[in-house]
Design a binder for this molecule. Structure first.
Ligand code: THU
Length: 157
């Protein structure tokens, strides 16, 4: 028997400590969260993906009266990014959210498991780390890769 423990590397930043490139991605994710269609949960999430061609693709969660038919911001954005730019590769993703009170959530938003798995696929396609920027009102977490957000991920390739 042996114990194995997994450590997730997270760096916490204040907004002002970010590079200009990361600040822009955070701004874009925050803007996108305000375009969410979330009439059922009233939880509005925005994502911004930086591609290697310099484009920033944004998206938000889109809900539906048939609840499971809605989609998270991260997958809405990732699927659109890769369908519109199939030759480009992901470099970084930022995620921001507003809670049911309409204000930005204090702690950084954490993507759901399904979104981590989807983002991981695009990280593998990129052949390089895709930085993950989780935005909160008071602090911002940066993880070096999607892989680091999903220990023991399912992997076919
Ligand atoms: N949601 C996201 O957009 N991203 C996540 O990572 C978690 C949850 C959305 C789904 C749903 O529209 C709302 O937030 C409440 O769960």
């Amino acid at each position: 028997m042996k114990d194995i423990s997994v450590t997730i590397p997270i760096r916490e930043y204040g907004y002002d400590e970010l590079t200009a490139e990361d600040r822009l991605l955070v701004d874009k994710a925050r803007e996108a969260s305000r375009r969410a269609y979330a009439p059922y949960s009233h939880f509005s999430v925005g994502a911004a993906i930086l591609l290697d061609n310099g484009a920033i693709i944004t998206g938000s969660n889109q809900e539906n009266a048939a609840f499971p038919s809605g989609l998270c911001a991260e997958r809405t954005t990732a699927f659109y990014a890769h369908s519109a730019h199939p030759e480009s590769r992901f470099r970084a993703v930022a995620i921001a959210a507003n809670g049911t009170d309409g204000n930005e959530i204090a702690d950084p938003v954490a993507p759901c498991g399904a979104c981590r798995q989807v983002l991981l696929e695009y990280e593998k396609l990129a052949g390089d780390d895709v930085r993950v920027i989780l935005v909160g009102r008071d602090k911002i977490y940066i993880l070096p890769s999607v892989r680091s957000t999903l220990p023991l991920a399912f992997s076919e390739f």
